[in-house]
Ligand binder design. Sequence first.
Ligand code: GTB
Length: 214
Amino acid sequence: MTPTITVFERSPDGGKGLARDMRVRWALEEIGQPYDVRLVSFAAMKQPAHLALHPFGQIPTYEEGDLALFESGAIVLHLAERHAGLLPGDANARARAIAWMFAAVNTVEPPILELVTVRILEGDKPWAGERLPLVLDRIRNRLQQLSARLGDADWLDRAFSAGDLMMVHALLRLRPSGVLDEFPTLAAYVARGEARPAYKRAFAAQLAVATGAA
Ligand code: GTB
């Protein structure tokens, strides 16, 4: 059965692959699973039909038969558990890869999202100038720790896994700020993710939506 995912009809990033449907597209490409895409406008996301799929009125969602999922991490984990290629076979290595998925969304991504908040949503507040360096410090602290753990390895725990997929995409959100480039180990890690053929196919597919070529 071909699954269907929802994505922005018009992504605010203009096709830079920063919206979270990119994680799901990338995972689907890694496992070689074809998928359909339903474009959703911001208005439609808040309508009952979409809210029935996603309680918070967001993208991405995932439908496969009578299963409907939201949360990019949950969708990627669902795919990784049912198909080869995104989680190791060894039970302990599998558990560690899942831990890295949680680390991506629960430990590394939150300060990165704070940066988006302080720059875009709170940029006009009188205290934004004072908050910005605090947020940048929190990000740099996390990146320092992550970079130290990665060391000179290609991936976080030997072979590429769903943990790397989630981590690379969380880090990508930082690229426009220039902060990622302060950590060459992590910049190279992200570049390795982007160089994967599955990432490239996923990126091209979301870009085609943004440019109207899809
Ligand atoms: N925790 C959820 C998940 O991982 O799936 C978060 C989902 C989420 O934040 N969805 C966003 C959304 O639907 C799109 S990805 N927003 C619409 C709304 O809330 O009304 C976040 C995002 C948006 C825009 C950019 N960008 O322009 O660069 C990047 C990422």
